[in-house]
Design a protein around this ligand. Structure first.
Ligand code: GLY
Length: 348
């Protein structure tokens, strides 16, 4: 952690920080920009390297982060984002994405978008070529087609098989049957949700001009109710950036973040003087405080789910935190190259 910041929540477990800058006027007043720097969720190792390559060639931070996440959107092996993402309950891949551009303060987003491999690019065009911020479902797809995006089948064979397995094991009360033998009874047990069902990629960057931008893109919660929209395309929830302060984004249980608008909270905490890591931990604590339903808690009354946050400030400091468990990581690229950095966490 930067020596400029005193850790005020010593009861919280903290991970390491990278790219730390020595601020010259306190965090809120610091104007010395360091950079460039790129951060992303743990599935963004290639993303941060790609975004940094664009930035080093002079790209605007928003163009760079969108180019970075495009690598993951088009990757059929990543079942949480774009092409190859796990579908909704009806087997349809519905994608959410948002972008925010620090220099102009503008944002663009799409939600429940079907058939378009690069939702982050569509979100970028919403920002550039409309007077709106968020387009959804059929309207979003029509807009994408208008701007030349091809409509494709995004359901890979791998994702289809996982969806069929989920559907066939959902209930013993319906007529969908998983593979079974002649002596089997009570065929089909509840399919256990895993962390993988909330995968997403977030990426934020500071470019050579010291400008900040962000993107978040996802296929959302696997097997979701059709039409469900998570936090990723909601400005202030899945991401937020302010060119004079910093940027933040999230992955994990979107419903918890939608109810706390944690990315906005993180940026405001950094404006008030928190380091990125402190601000991310404060967001985790906010969600924990708001999680009052027993069905969402473990036996100790803690959130039983995870949400992870990633942040950078205008001085080039980076940090992140998640609600549950050591071992969380984020990807960082800066003048020292690309590497993984440990997330702080609220609960073991
Ligand atoms: N955080 C991604 C989602 O909940 O859809």
């Amino acid at each position: 952690m930067s020596s400029s910041f005193v850790t005020r929540r010593t009861f919280l477990k903290t991970g390491s920080l990278a790219g730390a800058a020595v601020l010259t006027g306190g965090a809120a007043g610091a104007r010395r920009r360091q950079g460039p720097v790129v951060i992303a969720s743990a599935n963004g190792a290639g993303c941060v390297a790609e975004a940094m390559r664009h930035i080093q060639e002079g790209a605007d931070a928003l163009d760079a982060v969108v180019a970075g996440v495009n690598l993951v959107e088009e990757d059929p092996q990543d079942t949480s984002v774009g092409y190859g993402g796990l579908p909704n309950a009806e087997g349809v891949v519905q994608l959410d994405s948002a972008v925010m551009h620090g220099p102009t303060g503008r944002a663009g987003a799409v939600a429940a978008l079907e058939g378009i491999k690069y939702p982050s690019r569509v979100a970028h065009v919403v920002l550039q070529r409309t007077d709106h911020v968020l387009l959804v479902a059929k309207g979003a797809q029509a807009f994408a087609r208008m701007h030349g995006f091809p409509v494709e089948n995004l359901l890979t064979e791998r994702a289809r098989q996982i969806w069929v397995r989920w559907r066939e094991n959902l209930s013993t009360q319906d007529d969908y049957l998983p593979p079974h033998g002649p002596d089997d009874i009570d065929i089909g047990e509840a399919f256990k949700r895993t962390q993988e069902h909330w995968g997403t990629i977030h990426c934020s960057a500071i470019d050579l001009g010291g400008n900040i931008s962000s993107v978040t893109t996802t296929s959302g919660l696997a097997f979701k109710v059709p039409g469900r929209v998570g936090d990723s395309p909601i400005i202030g929830a899945g991401l937020y950036c302010d060119n004079e302060v910093g940027a933040a984004g999230s992955t994990g249980r979107g419903e918890a973040n939608l109810e706390s608008l944690a990315s906005f909270l993180i940026v405001e905490r950094m404006r008030a003087g928190d380091s990125p890591e402190e601000a991310c931990l404060a967001a985790c604590q906010r969600i924990a405080d708001q999680t009052r339903l027993r069905r969402l808690q473990n036996e100790r009354g803690e959130p039983a789910f995870n949400v992870s946050f990633y942040a950078l400030n205008q001085a080039g400091e980076v940090g992140g935190a998640r609600i549950r468990g050591a071992g969380g990581r984020m990807a960082v690229a800066d003048g020292d190259g690309a590497r993984m950095v440990e997330l702080a966490h609220l609960y073991d």
